[in-house]
Design a protein around this ligand. Structure first.
Ligand code: DX5
Ligand code: ZN
Length: 238
């Protein structure tokens, strides 16, 4: 399936933090659509990264929408700070948000797009009641906390189910996938229904960011034609 609306979101977690502005400029010039910023608190995930001051600093050096992924307990306490810092999307984990409806409304009231996300072992049913309020559904394809992990293949079926949930509910949420996304598995992820691919190590460890972003974007096109002698209906029954 080709998704003309497919967007690529480089995750700065794998960028050179000593040259962050330069790295962001490079991915922007290379055709990135969003900038994915991973916020980790050392509690919800076993790692520490950045907070609102870095979001604010990045807001000044790029025109890319800032896609802020909050891997933290009690995200509600920081929504105003991240909104004021210039986040375009704020995405919270369902595992860390007992009052998810309130949290999503609080994000939207700040004029920020609200995302909800779930860990690989968390059921999609946890977002069924919020999907029509959400602007983004992020399906984690690694256990959050670190860049450079392997894509968990069993998540592919959850991505496909998430696509169905969004489409049948009439939700306008974009479907984003994060973790272990590479050029060689992007086609399957796009085919399963992703609208946004987050990719950290695949982009920032490559010598040519533009080439990698283009390859990720075009990966879905290779799967756009049905296999010869096998119509879609037949394929579905297999
Ligand atoms: C993982 C983060 C991801 C990470 C992706 O906890 O949420 O955004 O940076 O990195 P790669 O693409 O290297 O798996
Ligand atoms: Zn992330």
């Amino acid at each position: 399936m080709t998704r003309p609306s497919l967007r690529i979101a480089p995750s700065i977690l794998s960028a050179d933090f000593a040259r962050l502005a330069e790295e962001v400029t490079r991915v922007e010039s290379a055709g990135a659509d969003l900038l994915h910023i991973d916020v980790m608190d050392g509690h919800f995930v076993p790692n520490l990264t950045v907070g609102p001051p870095i979001v604010e600093a990045l807001r000044k050096v790029t025109r890319l929408p800032l896609d802020v992924h909050l891997m933290m307990t009690n995200p509600d306490a920081f929504i105003p700070e991240f909104a004021d810092a210039g986040a375009d999307y704020l995405t919270v984990h369902v595992e860390a948000s007992p009052h998810l409806h309130r949290t999503v409304q609080a994000i939207k009231e700040r004029g920020v797009k609200a995302g909800v996300t779930l860990n690989p072992a968390t059921s999609l049913t946890t977002v069924e009641e919020i999907i029509t309020d959400a602007d983004l559904l992020l399906v984690m394809s690694v256990n959050p906390g670190f860049g450079g992990q392997h894509f968990i293949a069993s998540v592919l079926s959850k991505i496909a189910q998430a696509r169905q949930l969004i489409d049948r509910s009439g939700s306008r949420a974009a479907l984003e996938v994060d973790g272990g996304v590479k050029v060689d598995n992007a086609a399957r992820i796009i085919q399963a229904g992703a609208d946004i691919l987050v990719s950290g190590s695949a982009i920032f460890s490559s010598p040519d960011y533009g080439r990698t972003i283009k390859a990720l974007r075009e990966a879905g096109q290779a799967t756009s034609k049905p296999t010869p002698n096998l119509r879609a209906g037949q394929a579905r029954r297999r």
